[in-house]
Design a protein around this ligand. Structure first.
Ligand code: GDG
Length: 472
């Protein structure tokens, strides 16, 4: 029987050290959330790093045993690899470059070498697990070289690659050293998927401009092989979120927040700490809204949840300080004894609380500067049920291509975002319901199961097409 092997930098489970030994918990993040319901099926397996440095052999064996029971296989990374491959090349070179923050990008030869070495380490793990009939699905920017590495060892295997972040204009890619190696690494796959057609077009033009490969209808002629490229907007597990939002735990959580907040309108924002998410700009827009529309003071609160992320990277520490300062300024300027303009939390919440907050909020404010897709926008929609609610969404999130019934804004245009908040707060209930219902129909139909099926079907198609081309 052929299996599917999922490979990503992080496993959907995180190991951590406690006084009583190692503990394992499900991890946050879009990919873990999205594929969580799939990898356990049909003997499939997920290969990745368990989120903790484990060097002692007996402890490594314990991790292997624990994860094996749940269809996972760990790849162990050292402190140095974490620093140079993960925090370094992945998060200080590729992440800013691909999100159009080139000014933040570090180009460091040692980090690049660590990136190559860790991709090779993942390749060894894949080769140990994968049989010739198995399908290998590689995920995201940390493993751009892996498809080509696996291809060299197993020329006939079926390899898919999906990029969860934007693919930028080829002019941005052009500025990178190692650009050819990165593009060729991806082209080791049979199928390369992106969230939007825009990202896909950028990739096709990078491959054409920088490698001289032509393409027709998304099929790239890459030397002796052809590679299919397509857009697969990732969905969420709609039913899971809808059910969660209707659960007693979520209702209870909503009530708890409502009682604590009193009778204010709630604007919700939920992100990992990241400069791509536009958190500081969002605060400035909210401040402007309070200035322009004094009638909303004491009537509305911005409930802002920021999940700690990559806090060892310098730019993230700086961003955290900037956010702290802005929240402090807005709070000290506008607060009254009985009202807080911003409820800011720098920590992660249980998923039931998230569902309670999605229920509670009248407005979700999703304003990234760049975002591959953004699942929070879709989760808000899924959790709303038959209640009204307004989504304000950045035109630079992949999700904006689908959720056209949101109020679409340019996240750099502070006055426009401030106006959008006002517009959302006064939007007639019937209009809210209509927009919400049409977004729900879309998010429900194009859910994560649909996404996986579509990608897998396309991968099978691309393999058949290749074989046909090879025999003609
Ligand atoms: C990358 C791309 C793309 C957040 N706070 C808590 C929590 N979350 C969950 C949300 C959501 C996920 O984390 C965040 O997903 P996003 O899509 O918004 O963002 P990234 O983590 O940057 O994901 C992104 C995604 O990959 C998928 O391709 O959409 O563009 O950057 O599911 O609900 N979950 C819990 N507590 C929290 O406090 N339990």
């Amino acid at each position: 029987m052929s299996r599917t092997i999922i490979v990503s930098n992080r496993l959907p489970t995180k190991a951590h050290r406690t006084e009583g030994g190692l503990d394992f918990t499900p991890s946050e993040g879009g990919l873990a959330t999205g594929l969580g319901s799939i990898y356990r099926a049909d003997g499939n397996i997920w290969i990745g790093w368990p989120g903790l440095v484990v060097e002692e052999p007996a402890e490594q064996q314990h991790v292997i045993d624990q994860l094996q029971a749940d269809s996972m296989r760990p790849v162990f990374l050292t402190e140095t690899e974490i620093r140079d491959f993960y925090e370094g090349f992945s998060n200080e070179t590729l992440w800013p470059t691909f999100h159009y923050f080139s000014q933040y990008a570090v180009f460091d030869q040692q980090q690049w070498e660590a990136y190559v070495a860790v991709n090779e380490k993942f390749c060894e793990a894949v080769l140990q697990e994968a049989g010739p009939e198995d399908t290998i699905w590689v995920h995201d920017y940390q493993l751009l070289l892996l498809p080509e590495m696996v291809r060299k060892a197993r020329p006939d295997s079926s390899i898919g690659f999906f990029l969860h972040i934007p693919f930028p204009s080829h002019e941005i890619i052009r500025a990178m050293p190692w650009r050819e190696q990165l593009l060729k690494g991806m082209l080791g796959a049979d199928l390369i998927g992106f969230h939007t057609y825009g990202y896909m077009r950028h990739f096709l033009s990078a491959v054409s401009q920088l490698l001289g490969y032509s393409s027709q209808n998304g099929m790239i002629e890459a030397g002796t092989r052809s590679v299919l490229v397509d857009a697969f907007p990732m969905g969420i597990d709609y039913d899971k979120y809808a059910e969660l939002a209707a659960s007693q735990a979520a209702i209870q959580s909503e009530q708890t927040y409502r009682e604590a907040l009193g009778n204010v309108r709630v604007i919700l924002s939920i992100d990992r700490l990241d400069y791509t998410k536009g958190i500081a700009q969002r605060l400035l827009a909210y401040e402007l809204m309070l200035q322009r529309y004094p009638e909303w003071r004491e009537q509305v609160t911005l409930f802002m949840l920021v999940v700690p992320s990559r806090d060892q990277v310098e730019k993230y520490k700086e961003l955290k300080e900037e956010i702290d300062e802005l929240v402090g300024r807005i709070t000290s300027t506008y607060r009254t004894l009985s009202w807080n303009p911003v409820q800011y939390f720098y920590r992660s919440f249980p998923i039931e609380d998230l569902a309670g907050l999605y229920r509670l909020a009248e407005v979700a404010l999703v304003t990234p500067m760049r975002d591959g897709m953004n699942l929070v926008a879709k989760e808000f929609v899924a959790c709303k049920g038959d209640r009204p609610g307004v989504l304000i969404l950045s035109e630079r999130a992949g999700a904006a291509r689908e959720l056209s019934d949101a109020i679409i804004i340019n996240p750099s245009d502070m006055p426009q975002v401030a106006e959008a908040m006002h517009e959302a707060l006064i939007m007639p209930e019937q209009e809210q319901r209509q927009r919400m219902a049409s977004m729900q129909a879309l998010v429900q139909q194009y859910n994560v199961h649909h996404w996986v099926q579509l990608f897998m079907d396309r991968l099978t198609y691309s393999k058949i097409k290749q074989q046909t081309l090879a025999t003609t």
